[in-house]
Write a protein that binds this ligand. Structure first.
Ligand code: KG4
Ligand code: ZN
Length: 337
């Protein structure tokens, strides 16, 4: 193998997906994800079950990532793993596994911030946004508007004060009696519904921050009332309910993003994180960009929800700037922001 080739193995175990990917010179050659069905019956992720499932999946998933990319362990130049934020037990599995490989191969270890990695999903496929750009990061745990100045420099301009956008979808789905994770299910039902059938409140919190707790409470009481009047209310109006809720969340996210563009004057704008897989958000974001004269960027579907391609990509740029960790560093980080 040519010395010019830099092979990064990426490992992601922050929540309930065990994922591994191989990045060679900034290009993705494999991206394997094993999700964990075990949580569905509990309506949310059970941390203890998640870490056990990671232990079962990690060896076959890494093996598959290497085979698909047609590389061996010996070809790896560095291992990048998700250092946080995430569930501590889950993070520990990926962290320990990555340390084991780097120790046995004497290669550098790279700790990756999961949120920075979601932003790095923009560096995988063309067109790649030029710096600076704005990124609306919307996932199950975070909702942020980020100004991205380089591969390593970012500033959070706004963040949620309570629930994340993905959580709002998941909690609403639970209220409706739908499976976990609720975001993609609501997305599906919403396609056949009338988005203006019901009106839900969004929050008026200031600046570029977000809040979803008021919407969650209003939605809970709206459904309770509906069921009191008609026990079959949800079943007979599911599409309209999902479409109206989705419309409220997406409009809210885009209104804040529009404000961020106005305030910063930055017109290269991207979306990232699990909720950026939402079909209404994708189409309305693109339409808004066209209307306002922005250049918009949306990662491929498989790089929106949790994956290791984004970890390997982030790891690749950290490798180039020699942002390595020692083996006795803290195995996980909380990254409060
Ligand atoms: O980024 P991600 O995979 O994990 C975290 O880092 O949290 O995001 C997961 C979140 C979940 O809340 C899930 O419901 C939401 O992304 N999600 C969606 C869609 N696909 C995933 N929300 C709305 N519409 C979707 N199509
Ligand atoms: Zn994520």
């Amino acid at each position: 193998m040519s010395k010019l080739r830099k092979v990064i193995l990426g490992i992601e175990t922050s929540c309930d997906d065990t994922a591994a990917a191989v990045c060679i010179n900034g290009q993705i050659f494999s991206n394997i994800v094993a999700d964990q069905d075990v949580h569905r019956q509990y309506g949310g992720v059970v941390p203890e079950l998640a870490s056990r499932a990671h232990l079962q999946h990690i060896v076959p998933v890494v093996d598959q990532a290497l085979k698909t990319a047609k590389v061996t362990m010996d070809d790896i130049d560095a291992v990048a793993y998700t250092q946080g934020p995430g569930l501590l037990g889950s993070l520990l599995v990926g962290s320990t596994f990555a340390r084991g490989i780097t120790l046995s191969l004497s290669r550098p270890l790279i700790g990756v911030n999961h949120l920075q990695a979601h932003v790095s999903a923009h560096y995988i496929d063309e067109p790649i946004p030029p710096f600076p750009f704005l990124c609306l990061l919307v996932s199950g745990g975070h909702t942020q508007i980020i100004r991205v100045d380089s591969h390593s420099e970012m500033e959070i301009l706004g963040t949620t004060l309570d629930d994340a956008a993905g959580e709002a979808f998941d909690k609403a789905a639970k209220i409706l009696g739908l499976d976990y994770p609720g975001g993609p299910i609501i997305d599906q039902h919403a396609k056949a519904g009338n988005a203006l059938a019901y009106k839900f409140p969004d929050s008026r919190v200031g600046a570029l921050d977000f809040s979803f707790s008021g919407l969650k409470t209003a939605f809970l009481y709206f459904i309770k009332d509906g069921r009191k009047k008609d026990p079959g209310f949800v079943e007979s109006n599911l599409e309209d309910i999902c479409a109206s809720l989705e419309h409220t969340i997406v409009s809210y996210l885009l209104r804040k993003l529009e404000q961020a563009v106005e305030e910063t004057g930055i017109k290269h704008v991207g979306i990232a994180g699990g909720v950026s897989a939402n079909s209404l958000l994708r189409s309305r974001f693109t339409a808004l960009g066209k209307q306002k004269g922005w250049r918009t960027y949306i990662p491929a579907f498989e790089y929106c929800t949790d994956n290791a391609a984004m970890i390997a990509t982030s790891g690749y740029y950290q490798y180039l700037s020699e942002d390595f960790q020692s083996l006795d560093s803290v195995p996980f980080a909380r990254y409060d922001n």
